[in-house]
Design a protein around this ligand. Structure first.
Ligand code: AMP
Ligand code: ZN
Length: 465
């Protein structure tokens, strides 16, 4: 059996991965807060952990892996959107509008991530479905002396777990207090104490609890959901490295204190951040965009995924338009070869070896190039499928084989001849616009007409011409 090596943030070393139970390998990844469309950076952990999920399924069997990724649907920003809609005259209670916003965002998320070739996790729990379990966990933490109620809030007492708090990110409680800008509140015993439960207003979503009507803090959501779905010890916990502190640190504190005999997560994996053209993605720099924006612009999901896979997950990755153009060219070439094979099958062993080495996706892509050079069309096809870059068929945007471009070129050439006779170029203009919209470059000269597939060519759009 292939030995998978993974870099464990907890031990800061690359380790052989040994599952607790090879019949049920368990992974939890922190999912999105569903207040708006996912930006391109949000897609990085989704693609990274999709690659790991595929690898685990390959090594341990598709039925022997449980992947859980949550939706955080309790959040001020969701509430704010719902409130704005209500004020703009939308029908329904605020609570219904909140639910509507989460539902619509989750729908977008699954669609956009699906376009990137990611498999859906086995379980996608929503925080609002696990409130009772969160309350129970908080009560247990209070009973064990790790949390206290104050002014409608419940706080985790970091001093009750001081030796261990901060180990994952490598800081002590005293360092944190000195360095961090923490919210000082009169009801906190230690400024680093964090919220497990907080009061809610009558209008906004809230649940009855022993501490009054309120709502959970963000961190307790993941501790409660991972416990319910994966147990007190599971194999892998993942997320972006921006979540390491405080989110993951707090998850560990809660889970280890509530279930002292459990290990919580054995292996912690963190992906580095995504940048755009060398800069941090931010609304103020004007380089902020969503996955949906890119898809709408005609950048195929496979191209986005391919660009992502070129950079190792523990390195910052830079999204550039140049990389996207090159990825598209490469994929067109790969697909033309892969289309000569049929069905699904085993990926090339070298591809698996690269991924087993702490998800060396760049190595796997280098191997795809080798397979292409060797014209191993079957190996290439099955390896592309394994990497999530190809489904059953070549995607329509790359499928030039199934359309007769010369027939379209003839049609445009004939239209030009009659246009010159009639002095009416409207049909020529219409055709040209339609071909450009389908992603074709239109070259018209005295010699004739040529249609060349360019970036974003979509054969499906030719059907309407
Ligand atoms: P959020 O909805 O902000 O909690 O983020 C959801 C996921 O996206 C988390 O795992 C974050 O670590 C990840 N994430 C957010 N921004 C970036 C970025 N620029 N690059 C990579 N991952 C990111
Ligand atoms: Zn989490």
């Amino acid at each position: 059996m292939t030995t998978i090596k993974l870099h464990n943030t907890r031990t800061r070393t690359k380790e052989d991965f040994v599952p607790i139970d090879p019949d049920n390998v368990r992974m939890y990844v922190c999912g999105p807060t569903v207040y708006d469309r996912a930006h391109l950076g949000n897609a990085r952990p989704v693609v990274v952990f999709d690659v790991l999920y595929r690898l685990l399924r390959h090594v341990y069997g598709a039925d022997h892996v449980t992947y859980v990724r949550n939706f955080t649907d309790v959040d001020d920003k969701i509430n704010a959107t719902a409130l704005a809609r209500k004020q703009a005259g939308a029908e329904g209670t605020l609570e219904q509008l909140v639910q509507e916003r989460s539902d619509e965002t989750i729908g977008w998320y699954l669609h956009d991530m699906g376009a990137l070739g990611t498999l859906e996790p086995n379980e996608m729990p929503r925080a609002t479905q696990f409130i009772a379990q969160m309350i129970a966990m908080i009560e247990d933490l209070i009973a064990k002396g790790h949390a206290y109620a104050a002014e409608g809030h419940v706080l985790f007492a970091v001093d009750s777990w001081k030796e261990s708090y901060g180990k994952l990110s490598g800081r002590s409680v005293d360092d944190m207090i000195a360095g961090a800008r923490v919210e000082v509140a009169p009801y906190k015993k230690n400024p680093m104490d964090f919220v497990l439960w907080k009061p809610s207003t009558d209008e906004l979503p809230g649940w009855d609890s022993p501490w009054g009507r309120g709502r959970p803090g963000w961190h307790i959501e993941c501790s409660a959901m991972s416990y319910e779905l994966l147990g007190e010890s599971f194999d892998i916990h993942g997320g972006g490295n921006d979540l390491m502190f405080p989110h993951h640190e707090n998850e560990i504190a809660q889970s280890k204190c509530a279930h002292p005999h459990g290990e919580f997560a054995r292996v912690w994996l963190h992906n580095e951040m995504l940048q755009v053209e060398g800069k941090k993605m931010s609304k103020s720099l004007g380089n902020f965009f969503t996955v949906h924006d890119l898809l709408e612009q005609g950048v195929p999901g496979e191209v986005i995924r391919f660009v992502f896979l070129q950079t190792h997950y523990r390195k910052p990755m830079d999204w550039t338009e140049k990389k996207a153009r090159e990825a598209e060219r490469t994929l067109r070439k790969f697909y033309a070869q892969a289309a000569q094979g049929v069905g699904y099958g085993e990926p090339h062993p070298q591809i698996v070896n690269f991924l087993a080495d702490d998800l060396n996706t760049a190595g796997a892509i280098a191997e795809l190039h080798q397979l292409s050079i060797a014209d191993d069309v079957v190996g290439l096809r099955h390896s592309l499928q394994f990497l999530g870059l190809l489904g059953k068929d070549v995607p329509s945007w790359a499928d030039t084989a199934s359309v007769d471009l010369s027939a379209h070129a003839d049609r445009l050439a004939k239209a030009r001849v009659s246009a010159m006779e009639n002095k009416d170029f409207s049909e020529v203009d219409r055709l040209k616009a339609a071909y450009v919209a389908a992603g074709l470059e239109v070259r018209m000269s005295k010699e004739g007409v040529e249609l060349v597939p360019g970036a974003g060519f979509d054969a499906a759009k030719l059907e309407e011409v």
